[in-house]
Design a binder for this molecule. Structure first.
Ligand SMILES: Cc1cc2nc3c(=O)[nH]c(=O)nc-3n(C[C@H](O)[C@H](O)[C@H](O)COP(=O)(O)O)c2cc1C
Length: 356
């Protein structure tokens, strides 16, 4: 077998990885094992820190550094009460890339950049891309509506070219990618690489229990649904019975189990009640949601954890992109990255050959 050509873009140059592929930060999923396997495969792995306490994040960073000396990133929530302390942690441990789940704060971008960290916020709208570009972000990751987890309504095929046209910084395409055709298409749109969540969750290197991975593989192209009933924000989840029910249940019936899980989440996250309340308050301010919706929002992390970490096959809340319907295997990160690069190179060559 001949070695496929390498694909070099502004993404590989900025971050020092071999291939223009990002394993995105996924709460409860993107831990040290997946991130280091992705890094070893030559792509950019991003630790998800929103579901980790500060100490857990530090342990995860140290574990990745033990397993690989390749570059990796950390996904941060800029509205978390301890966001500045987490930024210091990244600086102290020489983490290469910082990504942000929600709009980052200007001062955090400046501090990270002053310390040589590459800043790549995730955005779901053109105006957010323009704002973070103005604030000095090095690149943006655009997530189209087909993506898993919190998502918007504009599909990648429309949002990506809009953002590429609107900003001068490199744009990474996410939402709906799983193979080399997708990488070739994203590059043709003017992106510098692809970010994938669902596809990396469904690898043998992800720590999600096997029974849950098998469950994901059973869902087809219509196997996901976007609901605001989980935490008030549009959230793309597998179309389980629980989610179908949630869509039709009143707020009152959801309240009691919500309260119980909030107590459990507090224990698990290691956050104090004042810290949780501060997080909730800043989230409330940022989103304008009612306290009832905030309570349901507090429920969501525990429901996601039940499936993704504890392996409860009855768990009804599992974040997934529409692309789950195209996925039918569990390769290692290395197999996945190699085959995507080889297929993308083949597609680019085949496309170029149509030129006369
Ligand atoms: C299980 C799961 C958990 C996620 N958790 C987060 C998160 O904590 N922070 C974040 O910025 N994005 C999160 N996302 C979104 C992904 O990072 C990524 O943008 C998305 O999965 C891309 O779409 P795809 O699933 O079609 O590849 C999550 C997605 C999934 C599937």
């Amino acid at each position: 077998m001949t070695t496929p050509p390498t694909i070099t873009t502004a993404l590989t140059e900025l971050t020092g990885v071999d291939h223009p592929i990002v394993q995105t930060g996924m709460g409860w999923v993107a831990g040290a094992r997946l991130v280091s396997a992705t890094a070893e495969a030559g792509a950019l792995g991003i630790l998800a820190s929103a579901t980790m306490s500060y100490d857990e994040l530090e342990r995860a960073i140290l574990e990745v550094k033990e397993r690989t000396d390749k570059p990796f990133g950390v996904n941060l929530r800029s509205d978390a009460a301890d966001a500045p302390a987490r930024v210091d942690l990244l600086i102290r441990h020489g983490v290469k890339v910082a990504s942000f789940a929600l709009a980052p704060k200007r001062e955090l971008i400046r501090t990270l950049k002053d310390n040589g960290i590459v800043v790549v916020p995730s955005i779901g709208a053109v105006r957010h891309a323009e704002k973070v570009a103005e604030w000095g972000a090095d690149a943006v990751m655009v997530q189209g509506g087909e993506g898993g987890g919190h998502t918007g309504s504009v599909p990648t095929s429309i949002l990506l070219p809009s953002v590429v046209a609107a900003v001068d910084i490199p744009v990474i395409a996410a939402g709906g990618f799983q193979d080399g055709r997708g990488l070739a298409a994203a590059l043709a749109y003017g992106a510098v690489g692809i970010g994938m969540g669902t596809r990396f969750l469904l690898t043998s290197d992800s720590a999600v229990p096997d029974a849950i991975k098998k469950r994901y593989l059973g869902f087809g192209l219509d196997g996901t649904v976007v609901t605001t009933k989980a935490d008030g924000m549009p959230h793309r989840l597998l179309r389980t019975e629980y989610v179908e029910e949630l869509e039709h249940q009143g707020a009152l019936r959801r309240l009691l189990p919500t309260l119980r899980r909030s107590v459990r989440y507090k224990e698990l996250s290691g956050l104090s009640w004042p810290a949780l309340a501060r997080d909730a308050l800043s989230m409330k301010k940022a989103t304008g949601r009612s306290w009832g919706q905030m309570m349901v929002a507090a429920n969501t992390p525990m429901l996601l954890k039940a499936g993704l970490v504890d392996g409860d096959t009855g768990a009804g809340m599992l974040a997934a992109g529409q692309v789950v319907g195209l996925i039918d295997d569990l390769p290692s990160c290395e197999e996945l990255v190699d085959r995507i690069v080889a297929e993308a190179a083949e597609r680019i060559a085949a496309t170029a050959a149509t030129l006369r």
